[in-house]
Design a protein around this ligand. Structure first.
Ligand code: GTP
Length: 639
């Protein structure tokens, strides 16, 4: 606004001067009325303009006074520098926060406040941003005059004139040291264990991810060690919680003592620690673990009394075990449990192969559970015949898995995954129910057969086996209990013979028949024979198959037949593959048999047709006629 005012002033002055000049030259000259009016009007306008100018000047002065007050009284520090960053002014808050007097800093650069805490690239990055944006803000660690480190939140602006030429930098900052301290305290609470000061589970997770990245860069192995104290409860019991705490603190100190400062000792539970150790080579690991075990187990004094504790350590090595962070920790934990199982005070390396097997097992078990739900299991039936009179006395029900992709699977492709799993009982019970349902269907067609089912030792040894069998039988009331036979594997070690005997006695009372399968192949054949209330002995197919060529096997078969006879038990041979086997069995006094020579296992629907066709098998039927004079006869099976 200065410029138009000046122009007006100049013009008025010029016109006034011109009038004065004219007046001097012609003193009698008069202004015309029109000129006078115009001049008066212009003078009025000029007066208004001058008043406005005055008001504006006063406003500017007020603003300047206010700015000076703000600068003076602002609680935040303000520092103004010239374009070369020499300080040209600072406010009192600057002096209060930094401890420097104004005169001490004028002409200096802000570098006099700098600390090394911000990292080497901090200032470079700050200036780059400031040059590009004329603005920067962030947190900075600086040093006060007395040497104390403090944190400030700083905003810097570049001030330019109307032509864009840099005039000053203005920095405004507040002291955030107490907020930073609070933040650090919160960080400590969130990331460190209060008792030992060691990183907690949360910080450990970060450290593990960093260690994995470091190992990838350096191509050096990383050991993840899961350490759990042995018998720590007893220390708490003997010395109280405080004594236990003392031990935990001391253990942390000792672990640190064995490791380097870059390694991590984290406490992730009551008496559980995890150690992250960068190794040069994996072979270092055993010696390191020994040192850790020794350090933990050195005696210490608690409340003046000696205390000795040990630890179990599970270890997995990255990248040999190329898993993610969570899985690595789980693997180390698993290995630690194995160290505990093996007697504690030792370390155990994670076994990758074993783990893969376990995973495969878990996957198979899941698939089997699904197969049961989707009713993908089926029973095949292998006939058992009486060679003496040619009758079909029963069938052995054998499970198959009608796999949607892999086709029909035999039991050896999947049954091993059931061991020790709850599915063992579920599938075992399905087999019994399915066999009884099939019995019912055959009975409706006029077929009278005994169906035998195989029972696993784990299933049999469940407390409620007989009670649940009773319910299963009740669910199929048209099938008499004595049409069901349970085959117990003699070769599978029964861990509790007394329990097996009790359960089988209860089954017997229900009317169910019992057979001892694979007889002669286990370690305790005679013990089982004597202890278990069985009705039938099934001679294992290995003896039957070889008895023609092997006199010893023949003698064993003969011996088992006599044993059964002496104790009034039935005997059946499995694995009968040829007529010659049948003929010899009859000669040895075994008339019941089962095997590929007679029939392979078949679907239920095929059985009636097979029975009709069996009646035409003259060669087999002739065996009975030829040996009709003999007292006994039986046979053998195969799966
Ligand atoms: N003193 C103390 N005890 C704790 C703390 N946190 C958990 N505990 C106790 O630590 C024990 C840990 O249990 P376990 O590891 O099963 O006990 P343990 O006797 O070492 O058993 P094993 O590991 O099988 O040898 C429990 O008794 C917890 O009550 C703690 O901060 N201080």
């Amino acid at each position: 606004m200065d410029k138009p005012d000046q122009a007006l002033n100049t013009e008025l002055r010029q016109r006034a001067e011109a009038w004065l000049q004219a007046r001097q030259q012609q003193p009698q000259a008069e202004l015309s009325a029109a000129d006078t009016l115009r001049l008066m009007h212009e003078l009025q306008v000029h007066q208004v303009e001058l008043e406005m100018q005055n008001e504006e000047l006063e406003r500017q002065q007020t603003d300047l006074r206010l700015a000076a007050k703000v600068f003076e009284h602002c609680y935040d520090g303000i520092m103004v520098t010239d374009p070369d960053t020499a300080i040209v002014d600072v406010n009192p808050a600057f002096c209060r926060i930094t401890g420097y007097a104004r005169e001490e800093v004028l002409g200096k650069t802000p570098r006099l406040l700098a600390s090394t805490m911000n990292g080497p690239l901090f200032h470079l990055r700050m200036w780059k941003f400031l040059h590009e944006n004329d603005y920067w803000s962030g947190d900075v660690w600086n040093v006060r005059k007395d040497g104390e480190l403090y944190a400030e939140r700083l905003a810097i602006s570049a001030v330019r004139d109307a032509n864009g030429v840099l005039q000053q930098y203005v920095g405004v900052f507040s002291d955030i040291s107490s907020a930073k301290k609070h933040e650090a305290e919160l960080d400590r609470i969130a990331n460190y264990d209060a008792l030992t000061g060691a990183p907690n589970r949360r910080l450990f997770a970060d450290r593990l991810n960093q260690a994995i990245a470091r190992s990838q860069r350096s191509a050096r192995p990383l050991a993840i060690c899961y350490l759990d104290l042995d018998g720590f409860k007893a220390v708490n019991d003997e010395f109280g919680h405080e004594g236990g705490d003392q031990l935990l603190v001391e253990t942390t100190r000792r672990l640190h003592g064995v490791l380097r400062t870059e390694d991590t000792v984290a406490r992730i539970g009551g008496d559980e620690f995890v150690l992250l150790v960068d190794l040069m080579v994996a072979e270092e690991c055993p010696a390191l673990l020994q040192r850790l075990l020794q350090a933990v187990s050195a005696p210490l004094l608690i409340q003046g009394k000696a205390c000795v504790i040990s630890a179990s350590i599970g270890v997995t090595l990255y990248p040999q075990d190329a898993a993610d962070a969570d899985t690595l920790l789980r693997h180390a934990d698993q290995a630690m449990y194995r160290a505990k199982e093996q007697g504690k005070n030792r370390y155990q390396l994670f076994d990758l192969l074993h783990d893969r097997e376990m995973q495969e097992r878990a996957a198979q078990q899941q698939a089997l559970a699904l197969a049961l739900e989707r009713e993908e299991f089926v029973l095949y039936y292998q006939p058992k015949v009486d060679l003496l009179d040619g009758t079909v006395i029963g069938v052995e029900a054998l499970i198959r898995w009608q796999h949607p992709q892999r086709g029909l699977l035999a039991p050896n492709a999947f049954l091993q995954y059931l061991q020790g799993n709850v599915l063992d009982r579920a599938i075992g019970e399905w087999v019994i129910s399915a066999a009884l349902r099939q019995q019912s269907a055959w009975r409706a067609q006029g077929l009278r057969l005994i169906s035998s089912v195989n029972i696993s030792p784990e299933h049999l040894l469940r407390e409620d086996f007989a009670a649940r069998l009773r319910l299963t039988l009740q669910a199929q009331p048209d099938v008499p209990a004595d049409c069901l036979e349970l085959e117990i594997l003699e070769s599978a070690a029964l861990s509790d013979v007394a329990q097996a005997a009790r359960t089988l006695a209860e089954c017997h009372q229900l009317g169910v028949q019992l057979s001892l399968d694979d007889f002669g192949t286990g370690y305790s054949s005679l013990l089982y024979f004597r202890s278990l209330p069985i009705d039938t002995l099934k001679i294992d197919q290995s003896f039957i198959r070889n008895m023609i060529m092997e006199p010893n096997d023949q003698l064993i078969v003969e011996g088992v037949v006599r044993l059964a006879d002496t104790f009034s038990r039935q005997v059946i041979a499995e694995g009968v593959e040829t007529l010659a086997h049948g003929a010899l069995l009859l000669k040895l006094g075994c008339r019941l048999c089962q095997g590929y020579g007679i029939a392979r296992p078949m679907p239920a629907a095929a059985l009636p047709g097979w029975i009709a066709q069996w009646q035409q098998q003259e060669h087999w039927l002739a065996l009975g006629t030829a040996d009709a004079g003999m007292a006994f006869g039986h046979e053998g099976n195969s799966v």
